[in-house]
Design a binder for this molecule. Structure first.
Ligand SMILES: *Cc1c(COP(=O)(O)O)cnc(C)c1O
Length: 406
């Protein structure tokens, strides 16, 4: 079969929807269009039934009770609701939140907002492997601490934090534990009880469901957790998130969860095997480095730096054929490279020379073969043209050079 180009390797940004999910959603646009809050007729009952069923599918995937699922517009909203909601609800207990520097912007920017309204936030550093230091976490807890917010798996590096150890520390000190698990749910086993999670955010479009729908898990017992609503109105979702429910989206999220649960074991093995093959092949080149722990990592993610090559240039070399993300900021106005890679201690040069490979359900072995060849060719070609590479090959210690400043 001929390989179709371009190849999509940016599944950490978003995933294509699984056709089985679309099929499940379709009747809920035109035919079964009811408002799930309409109690007086069958249109409403049909919609409510579909939402209830989806709530069960979602809960099952993470071993929660369906009553603990609050549907939102995605993980960004769920992150906001968890952080601001806990901050407001537990204001009499304290105003201190602990998070870390490699969190998604939806968490970091929400924390910045909370700081502006009088909250105190500690941003833990990570070690070179991307993991937080558990001793530092415990030391950061004060009697004012109400929440620990540490992500499950990182979107740029795939590094998985020691969630069970974090929750034990949180429990011991009577502090709530929230995790942004957007990259982990549906990909690896996530169990809110075994993992000791009190609140958890995730999103449908990162797990082959539709965009614009996600959920916040909020624990109902041991302890019973409450969040102040950030969206006021009709009192939907037990008063924690008002607004007419996105029934087709919710149905899609439910189906996406069901498929992920059924296929997780085989799919995680398939993806990590492909990812490892990609990584090992690329590592055959000199001065090529994997960023973040290779042991504690999501199965579908690899973040690799190709020293002496600029990520954006690399992207241009094969851009039309492979769709992925680089650690050089091209989305923002700044020229700052990825803050996540810098937090791991990478210099600007290595951070700028990184690529993030996000494999997914529709990634094939043929696509990985093509990618290995294309990247190797481009890296080699660019290095041949690079004066820095030439100096490196001649044995010049590039770090010792005193650059002339103008
Ligand atoms: C994609 C992502 C988000 C944002 O999710 P949306 O549903 O697009 O709002 C938040 N956190 C992480 C870790 C993500 O990967």
């Amino acid at each position: 079969m001929e390989l179709k180009l371009p190849i999509y390797l940016d599944n950490n940004a978003t995933t294509p929807m699984d056709p089985r999910v679309l099929e499940t959603m379709l009747p809920y646009f035109v035919e079964k269009f009811g408002n799930a809050a309409s109690r007086n007729h069958s249109f409403g009952w049909v919609a409510e039934e579909a939402v209830d069923y989806s709530r069960e599918q979602v809960a099952k995937l993470i071993n929660a009770d369906p009553k603990e699922i609050i549907f939102t517009s995605g993980a960004t909203e769920a992150d906001n609701l968890a952080l601001k909601g806990v901050y407001e609800m537990y204001a009499t207990k304290g105003n201190h939140i602990i998070t870390c520097t490699t969190e998604h912007k939806a968490v970091l920017d929400t924390c910045k907002h909370i700081e502006k309204t009088g909250g105190q936030v500690t941003y833990l550093n990570v070690k070179a492997d991307g993991l937080i230091d558990l001793n530092e976490l415990e030391k950061a807890i004060t009697e004012k601490t109400i929440l620990i917010s540490i992500m499950y798996g990182n979107n740029e590096t795939g590094v998985i934090q020691p969630v069970q150890e974090i929750s034990k520390i949180a429990r011991k000190h009577g502090v709530l534990f929230f995790t942004d698990a957007t990259q982990a749910v549906g990909k690896i086993p996530v169990d809110v009880n075994a993992d000791g999670i009190d609140l958890m955010a995730f999103s449908a479009h990162k797990m082959y469901g539709p965009k614009g729908v996600g959920a916040l898990y909020v624990r109902r017992k041991n302890p019973r957790v409450k969040v102040t609503s950030q969206m006021d109105g009709g009192g939907h979702e037990r008063g924690m998130r008002s607004g007419t429910l996105n029934v087709p989206g919710i149905v899609g999220l439910g189906k996406a969860c069901e498929i992920c649960m059924q296929e997780m074991d085989t799919e995680a093995k398939r993806l990590s095997k492909m990812r490892d093959r990609l990584e090992v092949s690329l590592m055959e080149m000199e001065e090529t480095y994997v960023n973040g722990s290779r042991e504690h990592r999501l199965p579908h993610t690899a973040n690799i730096s190709f020293k002496y090559v600029e990520g954006e240039g690399l992207m241009m070399g094969f851009n039309k054929n492979i769709a992925l993300s680089s650690g050089s900021a091209c989305t923002s106005a700044s020229l700052e490279p990825s803050y996540v890679l810098k937090a791991l201690g990478l210099g600007d040069d290595l951070a700028h020379s990184s690529l993030r490979f996000g494999l997914g359900r529709f990634t094939t072995d043929e696509q990985i073969d093509f990618t290995i060849d294309a990247i190797k060719n481009t890296v080699n070609k660019l290095r041949e043209m690079s004066p820095l590479w030439e100096m490196f090959k001649e044995g010049v210690d590039i770090n010792a050079i005193e650059w002339e400043h103008h």
